[in-house]
Design a protein around this ligand. Structure first.
Ligand code: GAR
Length: 192
């Protein structure tokens, strides 16, 4: 497990594929004095990810590499992470699956935020599934990343009520609002 050494923040990379609401929120959190992490790198598997704009806005290095050949991409990322002395990775809307080899070779901890109450609804389309199944509650989970998809040890979860009026859009918004609180809380918990 990564430990906080003295007053130094743990160097962290955030992996994204899309909008980057969680990324922006984590960058803001990292700037708080007693945050255990600093965000030093943004990685995206696509140059189209809107969240990449936060690289300029907050002056954080970014790196983009397609996962068409995931083995090559992962090797390049591992080298960069080593060079930048990154010890912690936050997956935040990263829509690619990291290989067993990557997880083993990365010298640190990897965590992910997932928009469901794991172990329910691993993988994609979590909100559609919750609505179709007429679930009363949905939610989000922060968990450690292992080689098995969305199955690592759970750090924190937050429950969100589903109302009869909820659509895919309203539910996704509600859950995302809670994600923005949950991710920093989970990181604090890890390093406490
Ligand atoms: C978030 O809801 C996150 O939980 C989800 O993608 C969204 C990204 O939003 N992640 C997954 O589905 C991972 N399987 P953001 O880019 O605005 O943070």
């Amino acid at each position: 497990m990564v430990k906080l050494t003295g007053l130094k923040k743990v160097k962290t990379a955030v992996f994204i594929s899309g909008t980057g609401s969680n990324l922006k929120n984590l960058i803001k959190f990292s700037k708080i004095k007693n945050s255990p992490i600093s965000i030093d790198l943004i990685f995206s598997n696509t140059a189209k990810a809107k969240g990449l704009r936060f690289s300029n806005q907050f002056n954080v290095k970014k790196y983009v590499s397609s996962f068409k050949d995931s083995k090559i991409a992962e090797t390049k990322i591992l080298n960069l992470l080593k060079k930048e002395n990154i010890k912690f990775i936050c997956l935040a809307g990263f829509m690619k699956i990291l290989s067993k080899n990557f997880i083993k070779k990365f010298n640190g901890e990897i965590v992910n935020i997932h928009p469901s109450l794991l172990p329910k609804y691993k993988g994609l389309n979590t909100h559609i599934k919750a609505i179709q199944n007429k679930d009363k509650v949905a939610g989000c989970t922060v968990h450690f990343v292992t080689a098995k998809l969305d199955s690592g040890k759970i750090i924190l979860q937050k429950v969100v009520k589903i109302s009869k009026k909820d659509t895919l859009t309203t539910l996704a918004k509600k859950v995302l609002r809670q994600e923005l609180k949950l991710y920093p809380a989970a990181i604090k918990k890890i390093f406490s």
